[in-house]
Design a protein around this ligand. Sequence first.
Ligand code: HEM
Length: 391
Amino acid sequence: MSQPLNLMTPEVRANPYPLYAELRRRPVCQVEPGGMWAVSRYDDVVTVLKDPRRFSSEGLGRSFRPPWLERNPTADSLVMKDPPEHTRLRSLVTRAFNGATLSRLEPSIRAIAEELADSAVRRQEVDFIAEFALPLPARVLNLFFGLEPAMALRLKHWADDLVSIPASQPSPQRQEEIRHSLQEMERCFNALIEQRRARPGDELVSELLRGELTHEEVLSFLFGLVPAGVETTVYLLANTMVVLSEHPRELERVRENPALIPRLIEEVLRFEPPGQSSLRLTTEDVELSGVRIPRGSIVVALVGAAMRDESRFPQADQFLLERESQSSLAFGHGPHYCLGAMLARLEARLGLEALFSRIGGFSLQRKELDWSQSIIARGPRALPLHLEPMR
Ligand code: HEM
C-alpha cells in the first residue's frame, strides 16, 4: 500500500500542481488530511459537482458550527444546501445578481478601481493584496450590500474570521473574537434588513426581501456572501499578477491590447484558479472511475487539478492567452454554479484595466511567496510589487 498523499504540506500549498498530476494518475483515492477522497480528473469532477443527490453539500455546514460556536448563520447559507431546498432558495435570490444590477454597479466599481490604482501607482512599492486586490472586492461587496463605505474594512475582517472557523482549533481568546465578529455581523445585517423593509430601494437586500424568504434565510444568505465574495476575488487579482510576473510577454500583449483582458482572466482562472476545490459528502456508496467510495465520505473535487487535465486542455501546464475558453470549472458547475461569477469577472476586468492603463510594467519583490494554507482558496497572503508608472 503506498502512503496517502497529503494536500496540506507547505510544499504542496506553495505549488499543488505536481501533486495534482500524480493524483490524476490514481484519479479517485484517499488523501490526507482526514482520509478525504480526492477526485482529480475533469470528467469525474463534473460528475461530482452536477449530482447533489449522491454528492451532497448539506452537512458540510457542520464545520462552520463547531461546539464552541452556538450560532453561525453561514452554516445555513445557500452553498450548504441540497435540492429541493437549494432550488427554492436559489430561484429567489438569483434575480438580485442579474445583468441590470451589474450595469448599475459598473460605474461605481470602475471609480473604486481607478482610485485604488491611482494610489497604488503613486506609491510604487506596494503590498498588492493590502492596497488593491483586497480593498476592491471588499468595497464592491459593501456597495452591493448598500452599507456605509466605512464598513468595507469590517467586511474584510468578518470574511477572515468566517473562513478561519472550519480549519481552526482556536484559543479561548480567539473563539471570543470570532463570536464577537459574528454578533457584530448579525446586528449589522439585522439593521440593514429592517431599514430596507421600511424603505425599499433597488439594491440587494431590498431585492431579496421582495422574494418569499424568511428573515433567517436572508440573514444566512448575506452571511454566506461575505466569504464567497471577498477572498476568491482577492486571489483572482493577485494570482493574475503572479502569473504575469512569470509571463512578461503576455503582460506586454495585454498592455498593448486591453481587449485581451477578459481572455487573460479566463486563462488565469484555469491555470491558477482561486477556488481550487469544492467539498461534498456521499449519501450512498458511489463508484467513480472504477473506485468505490463509501457512503458518508468527504469528497474533495479538485477543480485546480481538473483544469490541468490534458484530456480536456491540451498543453494544460502552459499558460496560453490564445486558448479558447473551454468549459471552465473555476466558478463550479451544476446547481451550485457561482452566483457572483459575472460580478467577479467584471471586478477583475475593471480592476486590471485601471491598473494596466497606469503602469509601464511591474516586478515581484520577493521570490518565495507565502501561499494561503487552504485546500479551497489559493492565493498569496501578501504580494510585494514594484509598480512602474506609465511614462
Ligand atoms: C473569482 C471570484 C470567485 C470565485 C473563483 C468563486 C467560486 C465559486 C465556486 C467554485 C462556487 C461553487 C461552490 C460549490 O460548488 O461548492 C461558488 C459559489 C457561490 N459563489 Fe462564488 N466565486 C467568486 C466570486 C463570488 C462573488 C463576488 C460572489 C458574490 C458577491 C459569489 C457568490 C457565490 C454564491 C452565493 C455561491 C453559492 C451558489 C449556490 O450554492 O447556489 N462568488 N463560487
